[in-house]
Design a protein around this ligand. Structure first.
Ligand code: RB5
Length: 149
């Protein structure tokens, strides 16, 4: 599986730590975020990752800013992106199972390194449930993007 990771200036250290963790686990990870502490706008960091998913350069993504909130809002403006902002692994599991989320977001000012690793491990290893009721609701989200609902 190919994984994209992106971040703003508030999340450089946590991004590096998560990136190393995933590489040690054997994931092929592409870094779309900034490695500098210079101000780097989270909508740009989110857009680079969202476009990589749209173009199928990567299968799933991880987006980190200070809170995780700004970058999740930005990612969700891109067609086909279902980004979940969370601070624990249960939501990371359920958003894959129920929402077929393709980006997980969290905040470097909110979660610890250990918790971040737990969240990404859960997110990347949980499949979409493919249950009819979940497929129907994900399709409804796609219909919103086409202004059909
Ligand atoms: C940057 O200071 C901060 O606003 C950003 O990382 C994020 O928390 C926004 O939601």
């Amino acid at each position: 599986m190919k994984v994209g990771i992106s971040n703003d200036h508030a999340a450089v250290e946590l991004k590096m730590s998560v990136l190393q963790h995933l590489q040690e686990k054997g994931y092929d990870v592409i870094n779309y975020g900034t490695d500098s502490h210079e101000s780097y706008d989270y909508p740009v960091a989110g857009a680079r990752l969202a476009k990589a998913i749209q173009n199928k350069e990567v299968d799933l993504g991880i987006a980190i800013c200070g809170t995780g909130v700004g970058i999740s809002i930005a990612c969700n403006k891109h067609k086909g992106i279902r980004a979940c902002c969370c601070s624990e692994a249960t939501s990371a599991r359920l958003t894959r199972e129920h929402n077929d989320a393709n980006i997980i977001c969290f905040g470097a000012r909110v979660v610890s390194t250990e918790l971040a690793n737990d969240i990404v491990d859960t997110f990347l290893t949980t499949p979409f449930s493919n249950g009819e009721r979940h497929k129907k609701r994900v399709q409804m989200i796609k219909d919103i993007e086409e202004d059909e609902i």
